[in-house]
Design a protein around this ligand. Structure first.
Ligand SMILES: [Zn+2]
Ligand SMILES: [Zn+2]
Length: 99
């Protein structure tokens, strides 16, 4: 199947940038469709996981933390996120893996 994620077109937005905070799919300058193939158990491909985990918009990282089938390296990165809600969501994913 195809990756379900919107892929950030760039990550170097500045805090005062008018594009910061644009939601996936709403702005074609910020976001493009990912065409990577990915296994069924992983709706978001590894490339997108890495891009989204490093995205400056906290809402994007929170969204990613709720995606099933994340790679362990992505979960680890999100668990170290400065945003508590993102870190907690990732920690819950980690717990599920161990059960
Ligand atoms: Zn935009
Ligand atoms: Zn992708």
């Amino acid at each position: 199947m195809r990756c379900r994620a919107w892929r950030p077109q760039r990550l170097d937005w500045q805090a005062q940038d008018a594009h910061l905070g644009h939601r996936p799919g709403r702005c074609r300058v910020c976001w493009g469709r990912c065409r990577n193939k990915t296994p069924k158990t992983r709706p978001v491909c590894l490339d997108c996981q890495q891009l989204l985990a490093g995205h400056p918009d906290v809402a994007v990282r929170r969204w990613l933390a709720a995606v099933p089938g994340l790679d362990p390296s992505t979960v680890a990165r999100l668990m170290a996120d400065g945003d508590p809600q993102t870190a907690q969501a990732a920690a819950r994913l980690c717990d599920l893996d161990w059960e």
